[in-house]
Design a protein around this ligand. Structure first.
Ligand code: MRU
Length: 326
């Protein structure tokens, strides 16, 4: 059964509250751009492409429905999360559409449609690099929940599964937000795709024992030279892959490529509340006196990446800007 994280209803956005998954399926009814901004900031919706689509509908609510100043709406939605490029890409596209006198509601629907189609295409293209009977490891949630549907890295896994590749998925739990254990596992259960959840620190030893054939992850931002920002822990996986000779692929739509910046050093890494590290499932797990550092993303340098799967084909990281050419 296909999952969708949001539905546009003309005057409101229905949003599946991902903070409540996998135990409860609660739908939020968002009627203002301020509510959309809050939902993005507080991670009711997350995943770079899903954030972009949601922000586009937030822009429609603010400008078309609430008739607010477009600049104010744009700035409020933009200042929610700093790392995922799709957010800025979608908002810039909405502002451009507005200035060109286009119907912005149609533009937001088009962004959603294009993202879904890009995911399906990445699935087809990417499943070619998945060997028969592969044990694939993935990190965070890059599935239907993180996009307009189907998914990026998890979309490739999904396509390989439906293509009869008989694959097995190692799901990194992805501390501290547990997008792997809570969301990726939830999607895999829904589609009966064989998998096991592992703690993030298990990956290296599995590779050492020859139990991982391939790693596929998503991306929040890809620079012109092919450096990739993604969920914290991605860099560690890439280093482990190098050591154990395991191919390391990134799957992302071209809307994640930020050709304005060259190196990963220029990417702003979101730092979230230490409480998200110190509290797990509502339970305090650390002394209240201890401080914690919560970097939400890391940067994987291009040289550790085997290839980047996009809807335009698979690219060597250093050639990723070729994916932006028509
Ligand atoms: O903090 P999140 O859950 O928004 O982080 C999500 C990720 O890091 C994903 O890997 C990335 O956005 C790609 S999603 C298709």
């Amino acid at each position: 059964m296909e999952v969708k994280p949001f539905y546009w209803k003309g005057d409101k956005l229905l949003l599946l509250d991902q903070r409540k998954l996998p135990h409860q399926e609660v739908w939020l009814e968002l009627k203002t751009y301020e509510e959309v901004a809050k939902a993005i900031k507080e991670m009711a919706v997350r995943g770079a492409p899903a954030i972009g689509c949601t922000a586009a509908y937030g822009f429609v609510l603010g400008v078309k429905v609430q008739k607010e100043d477009p600049e104010k709406v744009y700035e409020t939605l933009k200042n929610t999360r700093p790392t995922a490029y799709n957010l800025f890409w979608a908002l810039d596209r909405m502002m451009k559409a507005l200035k060109e006198g286009k119907d912005i509601e149609e533009e937001a629907k088009e962004i959603e449609k294009e993202d879904y189609e890009a995911n399906k295409r990445m699935g087809e293209i990417g499943s070619e690099i998945v060997p028969l009977n592969a044990k694939v490891l993935t990190h965070c949630n890059t599935g239907a929940l993180a996009t307009a549907g189907w998914g990026t890295a998890l979309g490739v896994i999904r396509s390989a599964h439906y293509g009869g590749k008989n694959i097995f998925v190692w799901v990194d739990e992805t501390r501290p937000y547990l997008q792997g254990a809570r969301l990726t596992a939830w999607e895999l259960v829904k589609e009966s795709i064989p998998h096991k959840i592992i703690t993030d620190s298990t990956a290296g030893f599995l590779m050492k024992k020859g139990m991982v054939d391939l790693v596929i992850v998503g991306a929040d931002r890809i620079t012109a030279k092919g450096d990739v920002a993604n969920k914290i822990g991605t860099y560690t996986l890439a280093v482990l892959c190098k050591e154990h000779n395991v191919p390391f692929y990134v799957a992302a739509p071209t809307s994640t490529i930020d050709s304005n910046i060259k190196s990963g050093e220029e990417i702003i890494i979101e730092e979230r509340s230490p409480e998200e590290v110190k509290v797990c499932g509502g339970c305090a797990i650390a002394p209240k006196e201890s401080d914690a550092l919560h970097l939400a993303f890391d940067i994987t340098p291009a040289e550790l990446i085997t290839g980047i799967i996009t809807e335009k084909g698979i690219f060597k990281p250093e050639r990723i800007t070729e994916a932006l050419k028509d």
